[in-house]
Design a protein around this ligand. Structure first.
Ligand code: ATP
Ligand code: MG
Length: 367
């Protein structure tokens, strides 16, 4: 799929702009603080309804404005799709072909994007929350059920944590209600873990292949799901549900004492291993970078497998972070099959030679 047109009104430093893009590589060139990342962010928000760099919608509205609009035309195998997102201080509305969508979870998934920014190196190095966020954002795009289960899980998790706090401070005493919340949480949690295991398995195969290509088979990449409950691999949804329920039942005293939920997918993590050693602790900078790149590129292939189409790739300032070989590998992988938007302060001669027929946009002060 690709984004053919984009119109922004009052989005960050873009007051009013209309653009049309190449289905291949689009290069956004500009000095610092001109609006390169803002433009990528707009594309990301159009797909996901939320930003990758802030949870505050207000920040997205041009200073002193009340509403922002992002409109885009997506060309898919099945035809054209007009997407529109209206952001305001009160909330957001999403439209597909001019029809307002009742739920945002129905809207997400029509347009698939993958964003790769220098911060993504933290995918390997960073805290578990970074990897969970990655998994939730990527798998949520592929699978509406994943997204649905996740949003239900989050709602119940909040209620359960609140109730655990009440039990902790003895403002509540009813353990039956805790049991009800535990069962509901276990049900959604089991679905989430099962889907994560399924998708991680597929992602691992693609990432392995890519890592082998980049390192000439010197580095064997593998993933390990690290669950807060005991062993999860090879377990069915029902079995996972059982294990989660049991963990809640066995540890209710501990959870009440701490006033929070200690088990479930919101506490899980994924480890990346090279030749069976954890890249986070034993990997060099270069290996951590390559791993992050392989995982991201693998995501492109996974989305193709699951949705039937390649996603749109957003690369924010990453070329300069990669050495020549890795740049070549990246550009070769995407050339001719994935619509790409890449930002850079300037295009080096080497990169220019690697990119076939780019469409170049010069960006200055939101224009
Ligand atoms: P760099 O090369 O440094 O990454 P960039 O071109 O990616 O730069 P952006 O992050 O896209 O820069 O844009 C930053 C500019 O956008 C800043 O000048 C900032 O003041 C402006 N900006 C950010 N949010 C808003 C907003 N809500 N309203 C108006 N302008 C904004
Ligand atoms: Mg930027």
């Amino acid at each position: 799929m690709y984004l053919s047109e984009l119109a922004l009104k009052n989005f960050r430093n873009y007051e009013d702009v209309e653009l049309s893009f190449s289905p291949k590589i689009n290069v956004l060139i500009g000095e610092n603080a001109q609006g390169k990342t803002n433009l990528l962010e707009a594309i990301y928000v159009l797909a996901m309804t939320r930003s990758h760099r802030t949870s505050s919608e207000r920040e997205l509205l041009t200073f002193k404005k009340e509403n922002a609009t992002i409109r885009g035309t997506i060309e898919r195998k099945l035809g054209k799709l007009k997407l529109e997102l209206i952001l305001s201080k009160k909330g957001k509305k999403a439209k597909v072909n001019h029809l307002e969508q009742a739920r945002l979870s129905q809207y997400v998934g029509q347009m698939n994007v993958i964003l790769f920014a220098p911060e993504d190196l933290a995918l390997v190095k960073g805290a578990p929350a970074v990897r969970r966020r990655f998994i939730d954002m990527e798998f949520g795009q592929i699978d509406p059920h994943y997204l649905h289960n996740l949003s239900q899980y989050r709602t119940i998790l909040k209620q359960r944590n609140k109730y655990l706090k009440q039990l902790q401070s003895k403002k509540a005493v009813d353990l039956v209600l805790l049991g009800v919340l535990s069962d509901q949480l276990a049900a959604f949690g089991a679905e989430i873990i099962a889907r994560r295991l399924k998708f991680l398995d597929k992602l691992e195969k693609y990432a392995q292949e890519i890592q082998n290509n980049i390192t000439q088979s010197k580095e064997n990449l593998s993933f390990e799901y690290e669950a807060s409950i005991s062993e999860v691999s090879e377990k069915s949804v029902d079995e996972l549900y059982g294990v989660l329920r049991q963990s809640f039942a066995d540890n209710s005293k501990k959870e009440i004492f701490q006033g929070t939920t200690l088990y479930g997918p919101h506490r899980d993590d994924v480890r990346f291993l090279i030749n069976m050693r954890n890249v986070q602790t034993y990997g060099s900078q270069g290996q951590q970078r390559t791993t992050a790149l392989s995982v991201k590129l693998a995501e492109i292939e996974l989305m193709k497998e699951e949705t039937g189409e390649y996603p749109i790739l957003l690369l924010d300032d990453v070329l300069s972070e990669l050495d020549g070989d890795r740049q070549t590998h990246l550009l070769k992988t995407i050339q001719d099959k994935v619509q790409t938007f890449l930002t850079t302060p300037s295009l080096s001669e080497i990169t220019r030679q690697l990119i076939d027929d780019p469409k170049i946009f010069r960006i200055a002060q939101g224009k």
